[in-house]
Structure formats: structure tokens, C-alpha cells
Design a protein around this ligand. Structure first.
Ligand code: FES
Ligand code: FE2
Length: 422
């Protein structure tokens, strides 16, 4: 499909050009051209396991939500207590969308066009007035690869066999389990549709060079030496800054370990499936912050998972450049970026708390969401302004700073993905 739609020669030429300067941002076409967006969808997004949502949003039989990306719409539906299914939202009759609302509850999945009706396992139940030789069993909904990971729903849009989920993410399981993600519930969900190419959204999330100028609240929560060293995850700052921060990290890790908590550090590297990482850091050990809130106090009275007493740590799980979880002891934040076209990316963020936590009793949702909601609104603005400038004829890729080390890795990973699909 790529070969027939994408001018491969042009793509190859641009990959070559981009590789010549690994320490610089990508050329304009990567961020704006329709053809390159098509290539990205095939080479990058369709290959990855994409964080779609959390099981607690569809607890009851028949509850569903749509995962919408580029031209695809996927129905993620609860069939029964044990099973959640994913289907392409495309009727097997003449192709209409079947579910039109972003979320809802259905006993059966009935197409609004001519009322073909599917059960929650995707089999076709009713198709009126079809010829005698019509075989209903041949017209079930097309299934999409789905995988549950500690309550997180991942889907994969590969036509064939998807990459091995366990091989990529098995090592991240203990941290996810400690956080209690499987039994969490949704406290807040928010969308930040961003007029920018997905790579600008992704790159912005991989560096904290912009934190000082763009995020006063985030910088008030985290200490400067941490922002410099690991502001956007392991490897986002320079080696020097990481070394300077290491003694603080070691000290906090010893305190956390004494409470019985696991503190892993995983960095699968540029050759891995999704350049996945997992780590735990203190949020602000200078000020003794216990949570990623504006005053450092937990936003929810009930701590998540194995945490009986707050150690003030933040668990960071990066599954790929568009699927993340960042979690304090008392709440977790799920982030996902889904391209809608070459210059529009849907940013959806979900805050999770302990399943028994009661809204306005144990937590105030505004307090739970405040730091990241504020930060993400700022990110939307700077990323859209970035896109606007990148579209100018005068744009030329400039050099990354020492605070954008992760972007250098991303660029290599991204170009590798594109190249391997040619
Ligand atoms: S397109 Fe769905 S029933 Fe006709
Ligand atoms: Fe930011």
C-alpha cells in the first residue's frame, strides 16, 4: 500500500537528508506533507501497540468507546466480564460507520444505514432480505488486535501479525502492578485537539527544554536539577546533568526501597519496538512533595496499588512516542496522541484514581487534574505555534540543545521505522 501511495524516491531522499544532521529537527515535509503523513501511518502507527483507553470506562456489557485515528475508527466494546473486543467501525454490508457516538452502550451493534445487526462478539446476527445463498457467518465485523495490560487497553492496526506485546512490555509489568492500574477508575478525561503534526506533539513531550519558558506551574512543582537531568524521562537531559542529579535520586530510592517499593529503570533504546522506558523519580525531594500537585499534597486520600504510605515518587511508563502513563502515589495520568491528518493530532488525557475513591470525598477532580491540565493547555499552544512556524517557507531545521537528547533518539528511531517500511 505504501508503494502505491507514497513517492518512495522522494521519501528516501528526504530520509537521507535528515540523517545527515542527526542533531537537528526534521525537514518541513515530515511535519506537513500529506504523503509523509500517509507513510507515517503505515510505517509507524499501524505497527505499534497504541494505548486506547482504560477498562474502567466500559465496565458494563455492551459499553463501548471509539478509538479514532486518521481514517480509522475502532469500536472497543465490553462483551462480558472477561472480554473486551475491538472491531473496525465499518459495516460489512456497504461500509457505513456503525457506532456514531464517541461512547455509549448497546445490546447489539446495529448499523444505522440498513440495520445489519452484529452481536458484541462481532458476528452478524440480522441482515434482512438478503439472497438465499447469503451466508451470515461470512460477514462478521473485522476484528482489530487488542491487548489488555493492567487495565490499559492497547490496540494494533497491523493487517498481519502484530509485534510481540509481551516481549516489548513484560519488563514494565512490575511497575504497572505496583501502581494498581488494573483496578483504577477514571477521575477526569480531557481532550486537547492540537493543530499540529503528531511528531511535533511527540517531540514536545520528549524534552523539557521548553519547561522554563512555557510551564511555570510545572516548574514550581519539580526542582530545577531534576528538570535538567530527567525532565522528560531518562536520557532527556545531558549526561552531565544526569550525573549531577544521581546522588539525589540514589538517596530517594533508598528511602523508597526502605518502604518496600520497587524502583526500576528501563530504557529499551532506539532499536526497540517503541523506544520504551520505565522509571521512578521523586517528584520534588527538596520540598518533600508527596504528589504531582501544585502544593505537593496528595490530591486523593486513597493511594493507588501497593502504596500504603506515600514515598513522593512518580512512576513513568513510556510505551512508545504516543502512549504514556505518569503516576504519583495517589493518581495516574494516561496520555495518548492520535493523528487525525497531517496537521491535526488529538491529544487525550485520562486521570485515574483508586477504584474506591469517592469524588468530592476522597478527591477533588480539579486538584487531581490541575498540574497536567494546565501544562497540556500550554503545550497545545506552543505546539500549534511550532507547527505554524514550521510551515513557513523560511523554516530550516535548527540544532537540538543538550536538553533535547531524547529528540535525537526519537529522530533516529522514527527514520528507522520509515526506512524499514520502504
Ligand atoms: S451499510 Fe450497514 S447495513 Fe448497509
Ligand atoms: Fe510541555
Amino acid at each position: 500500500m505504501v508503494a502505491s501511495q507514497v513517492p518512495n524516491l522522494e521519501l528516501e531522499k528526504l530520509i537521507k537528508v535528515a540523517r545527515q544532521e542527526p542533531g537537528r529537527a526534521l525537514e518541513q515535509e515530515f511535519y506537513s506533507a500529506r504523503e509523509f503523513h500517509t507513510a507515517d501511518m503505515q510505517a509507524v502507527y499501524r505497527k505499534q501497540w497504541l494505548l486506547a483507553g482504560h477498562v474502567s470506562s466500559i465496565p458494563e456489557r455492551g459499553q463501548y468507546f471509539l478509538f479514532e485515528i486518521d481514517k480509522e475508527s475502532i469500536i472497543i466494546v465490553r462483551e462480558n466480564e472477561a472480554s473486551v473486543n475491538a472491531f473496525y467501525n465499518v459495516c460489512r454490508h456497504r461500509g457505513s460507520r456503525i457506532c456514531l457516538e464517541r461512547e455509549g452502550r448497546r445490546k447489539l451493534l446495529t448499523c444505522p444505514y440498513h440495520a445489519w445487526t452484529y452481536s458484541l462478539d462481532g458476528t452478524l446476527k440480522v441482515a434482512r432480505l438478503m439472497p438465499e445463498d447469503f451466508k451470515k457467518e461470512e460477514y462478521g465485523l473485522r476484528a482489530c488486535h487488542i491487548r489488555l495490560f493492567e487495565g490499559l487497553i492497547f490496540i494494533n492496526l497491523s493487517n498481519g501479525t502484530p509485534p510481540d506485546f509481551d516481549e516489548a512490555y513484560r519488563s514494565m509489568l512490575p511497575l504497572a502492578q505496583q501502581q494498581g492500574l488494573a483496578t483504577a477508575k477514571i477521575a477526569v478525561k480531557q481532550r486537547y485537539p492540537t493543530r499540529a503534526n503528531w511528531k511535533l506533539v511527540a517531540e514536545n513531550f520528549m524534552e523539557c527544554y521548553h519547561c522554563q519558558s512555557a510551564h511555570p506551574e510545572y516548574c514550581a512543582v519539580h526542582p530545577q536539577d531534576q528538570l535538567l537531568a530527567v525532565g522528560a524521562g531518562p536520557g532527556s537531559g545531558s549526561g552531565e546533568d544526569a550525573a549531577a542529579y544521581q546522588p539525589i535520586l540514589d538517596l530517594w530510592e533508598a528511602e523508597s526501597a526502605a518502604m518496600g517499593y520497587l524502583n526500576d529503570m528501563i530504557d529499551a533504546g532506539v532499536l526497540s519496538l517503541g523506544m520504551q522506558q520505565a522509571a521512578r523519580y521523586p517528584i520534588n525531594s527538596d520540598k518533600g512533595f508527596l504528589s504531582e500537585t501544585i502544593d505537593g499534597r496528595p490530591a486523593c486520600k486513597k493511594l493507588m496499588g501497593d502504596f500504603k504510605q506515600a514515598d513522593g515518587g512518580e512512576t513513568a511508563l513510556a510505551f512508545n512516542p504516543f502512549s504514556y502513563v505518569l503516576a504519583s502515589n495517589d493518581f495516574a495520568v494516561m496520555f495518548r496522541w492520535t493523528p487525525q491528518d497531517e496537521m491535526n493530532t488529538d491529544v487525550e488525557v485520562t486521570w485515574l484514581v483508586h477504584e474506591d475513591a469517592e469524588e468530592n470525598v476522597d478527591y477533588d477532580p480539579r486538584n487531581v487534574a490541575y498540574v497536567w491540565d494546565t501544562t497540556l493547555k500550554q503545550d497545545k499552544k506552543i505546539t500549534e505555534d511550532n507547527q505554524s512556524g514550521v510551515c513557513s517557507e523560511s523554516y530550516q531545521p535548527g540544532p537540538y540543545s543538550t536538553q533535547e537528547a531524547r529528540n535525537v533518539v526519537f529522530k533516529q528511531w522514527y527514520l528507522d521505522q520509515l526506512e524499514s517500511s520502504l
